[in-house]
Design a protein around this ligand. Structure first.
Ligand code: CO
Length: 492
């Protein structure tokens, strides 16, 4: 794929071409990839796992929002200069039932309704655990995550679904477990060992946040719960050595249309522009310390890039929207008018722990989403950020580029796949024995609309503007995904 330079006043994308990336991929593949431009580095060994909606309709009925799509896992394995691809659907209970029955049996959180209108949807509150948001390999388990329910465990070699995983009894049926865990690369409480930190949110008139920390073997190290006033919609969080940090977005929840079966629960979340965002800091060290809560002017945050402590300050870098992109039940997500939505922009929130005040600063005004950093810098001050970005410096548009930002020099590098390419979340993979923070590979899936297929692209972390180190052409497309992760383990 070539990246054509475009005049910045014209649109960098074609909506019809963009939309084709939201076609279902019902086929499960398993093959060694032989169509490769460039060369796979010999010392690149490991597996990229990705999750995202694989089906955008069920037996011909389109789902209302991609967030309702059944989770499909892709595994891209790198071994001795060769690449293997495999994808499989997570065989959730609901997926198996719906595939067997030939119709939609569950309502989706983001508005997908069963056929039959009001009478068939009202008072049906069964959640469809679609396991479609993230996938991690930790403690010898491959887990597909969806924030409102329990993880599904898969065989990392075959991607076969083993079943719901209750994390050695830590979760009960119906419990939530967020799709956004962080790995603390060196936890002072555990003699510098890495640990996995995640949360579970139970939301109602007030909300409960539970923090979990696991060691490398997947055994529980710490768990504590905290009550937070008000309804919460919290998708992601951030960590530092001492804190878990949450942004309680200013939203209200009107459950009536959901209860009556007219809307999905996600569509009943309303953004409240006149209300502040609440930043919540929960101590990782002392579970008895009350959470610190500080208000800041409004904005909506899905994802955080990183957070770090500096003296009496905690800084959080987050992608912030001026308003929540409201799901309009009458307009298909495929018809979205990008120009009418607020772009995500990168902000730094600096919390002063002494004065309990927040300063915020716009770091990057280009439309961006899906950040990635060096895994050793998680929770620490860091120099380089890589993030999905729009081709043009202003306005809202699909993500077609990767942007690298050097916080020390302010230098920006952009690798654009416009006009035919659409990017997904990048991962940063450090090179073996590297010391420089940007000495690694940036890996991502790019949907190439000109061939209706996806490429796995590897960029040089030091200079992403160069020609890709390798472009691996898959034989087919993978619908736009959500999140994924890298492990140095190979399973083929
Ligand atoms: Co997310």
């Amino acid at each position: 794929m070539t990246s054509n330079l475009l005049n910045t006043t014209e649109k960098s994308y074609d909506r019809t071409e963009w939309r084709n990336g939201y076609q279902s991929q019902p086929t499960e593949y398993d093959y060694w990839v032989d169509d490769i431009e460039g060369e796979i580095p010999q010392d690149l060994q490991g597996t990229l796992f990705r999750n995202g909606p694989g089906l955008l309709e069920i037996h011909g009925t389109p789902i209302r929002h991609p967030f309702d799509g059944d989770g499909m896992i892709s595994a891209v394995t790198f071994k001795d200069g060769k690449v293997h691809f495999r994808n499989r659907f997570v065989q959730t209970e609901a997926y198996v039932q719906e595939q067997a029955s030939g119709k939609i049996l569950y309502r989706g959180v983001f508005g997908t309704q069963k056929p039959g209108g009001f009478f068939n949807n009202a008072f049906d509150f069964r959640l469809k655990n679609i396991a479609n948001t993230n996938v991690i390999y930790w403690g010898d388990k491959l887990l597909a995550l969806w924030e409102a329910a329990e993880p599904y465990r898969l065989d990392p070699k075959t991607l076969e679904t083993i079943g719901i995983d209750y994390l050695d009894g830590l979760l009960k049926p119906g419990d939530a477990f967020s799709a956004h865990p962080w790995i603390d690369p060196s936890c002072a409480m555990d003699n510098g060992e890495p640990c996995l930190v995640n949360f579970a949110l139970k939301s109602g008139l007030s909300s409960s946040l539970t923090i979990f920390e696991f060691n490398l073997q997947g055994k529980l190290l710490r768990r504590h719960s905290h009550s937070i006033p008000g309804f919460s919609f919290i998708h992601d969080f951030a960590i530092t050595p001492n804190y878990c940090i949450f942004f309680q977005n200013p939203v209200g929840f009107n459950p009536i249309p959901f209860l009556l079966g007219l809307k999905g629960a996600g569509e009943c979340v309303q953004y409240q522009a006149n209300q502040p965002t609440r930043i919540i800091l929960i101590s990782r060290r002392d579970k008895d310390v009350l959470p610190i809560m500080i208000e800041t002017p409004s904005g909506f945050v899905f994802h955080h890039a990183n957070a770090f402590e500096e003296g009496n300050k905690v800084c959080i870098d987050s992608i912030c929207y001026d308003s929540l992109p409201q799901v309009d039940p009458d307009i298909s997500y495929k018809e979205v008018d990008f120009d009418r939505l607020d772009p995500g922009k990168l902000w730094r929130f600096s919390v002063n722990l002494d004065t309990k005040t927040v300063e915020r600063e716009l770091l990057e005004g280009r439309c961006c989403e899906f950040p990635a950093i060096h895994p050793d810098r998680v929770g620490r001050n860091y120099r380089y950020l890589y993030i999905g970005a729009a081709h043009n410096p202003t306005g809202n548009a699909p993500l077609q580029a990767i942007l690298k930002i050097d916080w020390q020099t302010g230098e920006r590098q952009l690798h654009s796949f416009a006009r035919q390419g659409y990017v997904s979340e990048p991962v940063f993979i450090p090179k073996p024995n590297s010391t420089a923070e940007d000495d690694g590979w940036i890996m991502l899936l790019v949907y190439d609309s000109s061939h209706h297929r996806s490429d796995v692209v590897i960029l040089d972390g030091k200079n992403i503007e160069q020609k890709p180190i390798a472009t691996i052409h898959l034989k087919h497309h993978i619908p736009y995904g959500l999140h994924g992760s890298w492990t140095s383990e190979c399973f083929v």
